[in-house]
Design a binder for this molecule. Structure first.
Ligand code: TYM
Length: 377
């Protein structure tokens, strides 16, 4: 069984335990969950259901919090394609962490990253897409005085000194080993990782990055150089991937439309995609299904409900049982999911359409944003 996880490609049936061990990260075990619960007063379902499953130094983040030293949050999104429901996951979790621990949050919008990576994507297209992404993110409801949302092409001047200090410490051989860059890779790509590392140096406190595990490559070299630059090694908290509609292998990917629900999909499209593509763990005939029951572990509709859309533990367990026993049919399960997605997207779109002002506040005029524009990193 082979699988592959890089910042640009996720394929195959992922063995998350092996991946975590290969990357040298730690499991979020019971003890850590209890400690988070104690400090947070509860656990987000992403943690109780083991969707965020791996970490580096999150125990030290809690230690710093318990000792009143504080910490800060950092995450990001690279514009280029259309945003999917999967892209919201780290932001939803980050919002919970920010609210729970009342800390500063930096959101990087690298408007060069996908441009450098994708041959046919123009700079102008990325710029057009960026505003939409900013609105999707801003509408999620972050603390407006403690969040700074910045686009690299605008904020680069303030980051420049730290960027140079970072870049000077990283060799080509490290970049080749970590990212698999080749001689034919453009030099923008091999330089870009330094830009994604710099926000971990925005404060002289410990930084923690919520993201899917595909971003881990960026944090390993950061951890090699951080202390030499007088900063902390960044902490991270990793999620698994929301699976594609088409089956539980790989990840939902914005560049493969049959695998994804976009934030801009309308009710009809959602219904059609789920009915047509959602991989089913049900049996081929009604009779067989009633007799043998379905398999929720491979059923994408069930998995999406479990990961993202059915937050009530009792309800999701009831669905699991009924599906396993053959009382619930694939069509019924899909209908539950379609309604949940459409309600979610309806509410999200309403907030997003009104988010222009929030984007401007998070970028330029909130308390933290103003401080950051007056600062050279
Ligand atoms: P991007 O724009 O590809 O993805 C944005 C965030 O979404 C996560 N993600 C997923 N999470 C769950 N299930 C999936 N199927 C899925 N697909 C994507 C990604 O892990 C990411 O957290 N290089 C980054 C942009 C970036 C960044 C950062 C990300 C810049 N600074 C700091 C995290 C932290 C990128 O291309 O993300």
């Amino acid at each position: 069984m082979t699988f592959k996880v890089t910042p640009w490609e996720v394929t195959g049936k992922i063995d998350y335990d092996k991946l975590r061990r290969d990357f040298g990260a730690k499991l979020i075990d019971k003890e850590l969950k209890n400690r988070i619960k104690k400090n947070a007063g509860g656990l987000h379902h992403f943690l109780s259901r083991d969707f965020f499953f791996s970490h580096r130094d999150f125990n030290l983040i809690l230690k710093d919090y318990e000792k009143n030293k504080g910490f800060f949050l950092y995450t990001g999104r690279a514009p280029g394609g259309d945003m999917t429901i999967a892209h919201l996951i780290p932001f939803i979790f980050t919002k919970w962490l920010q609210k729970t621990f009342d800390v500063n949050l930096y959101i990087q919008i690298p408007d060069e990253e996908k441009f450098l990576h994708k041959q046919n994507l123009s700079w102008e297209t990325v710029q057009e897409k960026t505003r939409e992404d900013l609105k999707h993110i801003a509408s999620l409801g972050f603390n407006q005085d403690k969040t700074f949302l910045f686009q690299n092409s605008e904020y680069i001047k303030n980051m420049y000194p730290m960027l140079m200090k970072t870049a000077k410490k990283i060799t080509n051989s490290t970049m080749k080993a970590v990212f698999g860059f080749k001689d034919s890779t453009n030099i923008g790509m091999s330089f870009y990782p330094a830009i994604q590392m710099v926000p971990t140096f925005f404060e002289k406190k410990r930084c923690v990055i919520p993201c899917a595990i595909d971003q881990d490559n960026y944090w390993r070299p950061q951890r090699d150089i951080a202390e030499k630059l007088g900063f902390y090694k960044t902490a991270t908290i990793h999620s698994k991937f929301l699976p594609p509609l088409t089956g539980v292998e790989g990840k939902m990917s914005a560049s493969k439309s049959e695998t994804a629900i976009y934030l801009s999909d309308n009710e009809d499209v959602v219904k059609k995609k789920v009915m047509k593509y959602a991989f089913s763990g049900g049996q081929p005939t009604l009779e067989e299904h009633r007799k043998k029951g379905g398999n929720p572990d491979i059923d994408v509709a069930f998995q999406w409900l479990y990961i993202l859309f059915e937050l009530d533990d009792k309800k999701i367990e009831k669905i699991r049982e009924e599906y396993k026993l053959g009382k619930m049919l694939t069509g019924e399960l899909k209908t539950i999911l379609i309604n949940k997605i459409n309600n979610f997207l309806k509410e999200h779109s309403k907030r997003k359409d009104k988010a222009d002002k929030i984007v401007d506040k998070l970028k330029y005029s909130g308390k933290l944003a103003k401080e950051m524009w007056n600062k050279t990193i």
